[in-house]
Design a protein around this ligand. Structure first.
Ligand code: AMP
Ligand code: ZN
Length: 139
């Protein structure tokens, strides 16, 4: 897509610091470097988000994630790694070309702070069964 910043990186029209590339995907350093080694993995085919991506595209992309994750982690002796994928503005997506963040972790104050608020007391077992049924009805 002509006005997409990640498509421009794929085409070499703007710079990107690449760590892996083949005919279907590209992995390059996130300019924000939330933590040292923070990497984005993208399909070369322009799709906006997880709702649009083809199954075989995402399957191929994720087939390369373990190797990339291990390389990033071992390059800087990281203690762990978060995998993040934002879909939609409300979910924090700011670049609308599907991408997976690989964020190596060095400690609690290393620059990335995922927070999952626990709402388990708001739901009964019956509520959870009903939620599951509503989702399953859409599969
Ligand atoms: P998201 O908020 O999940 O859409 O993530 C978009 C990411 O793209 C952010 O972490 C940005 O730092 C990163 N980003 C934006 N422009 C560039 C660029 N030109 N090169 C590398 N990373 C970029
Ligand atoms: Zn694009």
């Amino acid at each position: 897509m002509s006005n997409c910043i990640f498509c421009k990186i794929i085409k070499g029209e703007i710079p990107g610091v690449k760590i892996y590339e083949d005919d279907r995907i590209l992995a390059f350093l996130d300019i924000s470097q939330a933590t040292k080694g923070h990497t984005l993995v993208i399909p070369k085919e322009h799709v906006e988000n997880v709702f649009e991506v083809k199954e075989d595209t995402i399957a191929y992309l994720f087939s390369k994630v373990p190797q990339l994750a291990k390389a990033i982690t071992s390059a800087f002796n990281a203690e762990g790694l978060n995998i993040l994928n934002n879909n939609g503005k409300v979910a924090g997506q700011s670049v609308f070309h599907f991408h997976v963040h690989l964020i190596p972790r060095y400690g609690n104050e290393d620059g990335y702070q995922p927070v999952l608020v626990n709402h388990m007391n708001d739901y009964t077992k019956e509520d959870l069964v009903k939620i599951a049924e509503q989702i399953k009805a859409k599969l």
